[in-house]
Design a protein around this ligand. Structure first.
Ligand SMILES: Cc1cc2nc3c(=O)[nH]c(=O)nc-3n(C[C@H](O)[C@H](O)[C@H](O)COP(=O)(O)O)c2cc1C
Length: 366
């Protein structure tokens, strides 16, 4: 199976399965002399870690990341960085009864049709446990970004979960780190929690929308045709498990706007161009404008639910599937740090690419 790698210059290859001894990422192309250690990477893995509160799966994985190569005396050496996370809380017996059954909404059936041999324990390679490796790689990207673009900030948060919608008039980015939902509105947290707990008790699950923004991104990263910044961001977000839609800026809603509504008018400010709005999501013609990058993605409801669903066995006979095990009632909660990690990897990749494309030389303006 090829296709385990993403990125042009900052290249991330993930490896491992959910119930194997370990999984991780091999990162090639990280610049040398970037200060980084395991504790720095761990803070991002801790955001994604299961079992932290009642609004996520109760699986207990410490998700402790180890750096096996590419870092010497606290700095990257420019060689490939090997990151490893051991799997410690696998309960394969939870999955024994699905060895010959295809769980609805999971990759069991397609994986079987394509490869004919699948590790059914927790979905194997198609398990979202793989996203822990991306988060580790994203931590490394953030360490490099701290060096190359020190003002750059990446923030992910939930904007919708089933019937719950973020009230944008109350958007407060400072609230994100202080609640279980990464919700930028502290006043809505209780209502979201009650809603999700009711869904869980009803043996059901729910989808969500996550927005990831990058602030203080330099203008001029990206390229106009086959290495568009928006192409790579969309592909990165779409590659996350359970993602069914990706939008940049105004996204799908742009189709109902007029040209006058959608125009991000340009003015000359003291420190360069300024825009009246950001319907474009910080990207024009595949190249960053210097405004916030704004990406949104929708995750489907968790497929593993305790309510019986119809499916088939490997031999084609019908079966009613109840998916036991410990699952996220809404995968959106734990997808937030994954989206942030993908944003970090793509932005760093394009900052590195830009040096090759332009040598960092910019046309004067004003
Ligand atoms: C962070 C994260 C956690 C997830 N946890 C679960 C889970 O506990 N149970 C489940 O059924 N799906 C979970 N998923 C989604 C499945 O991995 C995904 O739906 C499945 O692999 C099929 O892939 P697809 O939905 O992309 O087609 C999770 C996804 C993410 C991003």
């Amino acid at each position: 199976m090829s296709m385990n790698t993403f990125g042009h210059l900052f290249r991330v290859t993930t490896w491992g399965e959910s119930h194997g001894p370990a999984l991780g990422a091999t990162v090639d192309g990280c610049p040398p002399n970037v200060p980084v250690d395991e504790a720095f990477l761990q803070q991002f893995l801790d955001k994604r870690r299961p079992g932290q509160n009642k609004n996520m799966t109760q699986r207990q994985e410490p998700d402790a990341v180890r750096i096996l190569s590419g870092v010497f005396e606290g700095k990257t050496t420019g060689t490939s960085v090997q990151l490893m996370i051991e799997n410690t809380d696998q309960r394969s017996k939870d999955y024994g009864d699905i060895a010959n059954t295809f769980r609805p909404g999971h990759a069991d059936i397609t994986y079987h049709q394509k490869y004919g041999n699948r590790d059914y324990r927790g979905g194997g390679r198609s398990s979202a446990r793989e996203t822990a490796a991306r988060v580790a790689a994203g931590g490394l990207a953030r360490a490099a970004l701290n060096h190359l673009a020190p003002d750059l900030k990446i923030k992910g948060y939930m904007t919708a979960m089933g019937a719950m919608q973020l009230d944008r008039s109350k958007l407060d980015l400072n609230a994100i780190d202080h609640n279980d939902f990464w919700l930028p509105d502290a006043t809505a947290v209780q209502e979201w929690e009650d809603y999700l707990q009711k869904i869980r008790k009803d043996h059901n699950s729910v989808g969500a929308t996550i927005e990831v923004i990058a602030q203080n991104v330099p203008a001029g990263i990206g390229a106009p045709v086959y290495a568009k910044l928006d192409t790579d961001l969309a592909a990165a977000m779409m590659s996350i498990n359970a993602v069914k839609g990706v939008e940049i800026g105004e996204g799908m809603a742009a189709s109902s706007l007029t040209g006058t509504d959608n125009a991000d008018e340009i003015f000359m400010g003291e420190n360069g161009p300024e825009y009246s709005s950001n319907h474009a999501g910080g990207i024009l013609g595949g190249i960053s404008t210097g405004q916030d990058l704004v990406v949104r993605f929708a995750v489907k409801p968790t497929s593993s639910i305790l309510t019986p669903r119809q499916s088939i066995r490997k031999d084609g006979t019908a079966i009613e599937v109840v998916t036991k095990g410990r699952h996220d009632p809404c995968v959106g909660v734990r997808a937030v740090p994954v989206g942030e990690a993908m944003m970090a990897c793509v932005v760093l990749d394009h900052i590195l690419l830009d040096r090759g494309q332009t040598g960092g030389i910019r046309a004067p303006l004003g």
